[in-house]
Design a protein around this ligand. Sequence first.
Ligand code: FRU
Length: 515
Amino acid sequence: MQKAMVVCVFLVGFMACKETGKKKVDEEQEPQVYKEQYRPQYHFSPPKMWMNDPNGLVYNEGIYHLFYQYYPDDIVWGPMHWGHAVSEDMVHWEHKPIALYPDEHGLIFSGSAVVDRNNTSGFAKNGETPLVAIFTYHSMEGEKEGRTDFQTQGIAYSLDNGDTWTKYEGNPVIDNEGIKDFRDPKVFWHESTKRWILALVAGDHAKFYASENLREWEYLSDFGKNQGAHGGVWECPDLFKLPVEGTDEEKWVLIISINPGAPNGGSGTQYFVGDFDGERFTSDQKKAKWLDYGTDNYAGVTYNNIPNGDRIFIGWMSNWDYARDTPTQVWRSAMTLPRKLSLVKMGEEYTLKNFPLEQVDGLTAEMLAKDVRVPSGGKKEVVLDGLNQSRIKLRTACKDFSITFKNHLDEALVLSMDSNTNMFRLDRTNSGEVEFQQEFGNKHHQMPLDCSKVGGLELSIFLDRSSVEVFINEGLWVMTDQVFPTAPYTILIISNGQSGQDILLEGIETMQTIW
Ligand code: FRU
């Protein structure tokens, strides 16, 4: 923000200073960014206007880049650009100018970015390390003409670690042979075949390609026509290898977003565990597995090039059912907390866990309550300022219980466990503003939670001004939902069913703002 100019004049005997009109104009024009009702305080959101998917997640030379689907002229979806932010810890972000603008080939849809360390692309002429972005071009004209080949893939490069970008003059690099939904390329370096692999989605399946130089791509294979969920179009694929915790085994994981067709309606993220031999992804998994059972974690993908090999995921915290209608005015939507992915095997089944990075713990500030016990059959109610921007940690038996966040207007968000049906529930039907769109508050959301697999439950709940993220047993089960309470939640009520055991509220800590 520009500083106001100060003009001083000498009046009889004393000096009077008054500010020029400049500051007043600034204040009128610039909204109190990050102070608005519902503005997330420790989740990434754009300063203003519309955002959707995270794009081009890549680490390079000390900087974590976050590009994102951005429309700079309105708070609803429109001609897509890539917005840009950078961070040194994936928690505190600095906004950068728009990275990619639409051009003669079309709008800039979702995609990824890689560090081309060996300059395989030849884009660097003076020893720089190119960052290369691979994205989908969406031609509005093509779509309007009723064609089916209006989505193609393009690339752009940056020789100054993401500050400025040049589109490749040979774009598009992958043409479309008539597939209406043909998008969201995710590229990574495949070490054993020493080439780049690209995954994209084509309506109801994923396609894989390979390249030596990021410019020429050879088609390899398809996956998924008859596997997993198919209630809607496949979007935003990601393919990576993960070690299976506590073993020497390694498996490949393919993430696929799907809209509609998620377990609680609208948009959601499924995954497949299998193998990739450099050409083909295979998995004997027939049914969908879901990375998050909440309604608000979509189009999430992982970082390329993280130094210690960690697999870090960020999702868009919204749902196409109502993304355009949520009750914010200056900006629309936020990202999930950055989460580390890991793979566990229980019996014969693989499960992908996702849990916030350690850096997020570094944001905890004041301890509001600690070591509170709620006996079997008992109930505790506490009033706490700061609850609406906090992390709650709690241990309980895998039996019936409920946790309610409430304000003085009786708006309430309720989390509960029903051990008869083995269902964990998130109920936002009366959580605040819900009527802006019919699907938003019409039913509670649920997640199957098999108590036979675990001794007890350990919950980490992250509440921000307009979201809740529930992680059970370090991300074995996860739910992420938006909520819009018209006054802050300040009341916490914990009810313990006839579990025979205390619920232990280990701590409630406020979270610092990241802005
Ligand atoms: C997912 C998505 C992508 C597409 C982008 C357009 O939310 O539909 O498939 O590239 O958004 O903004």
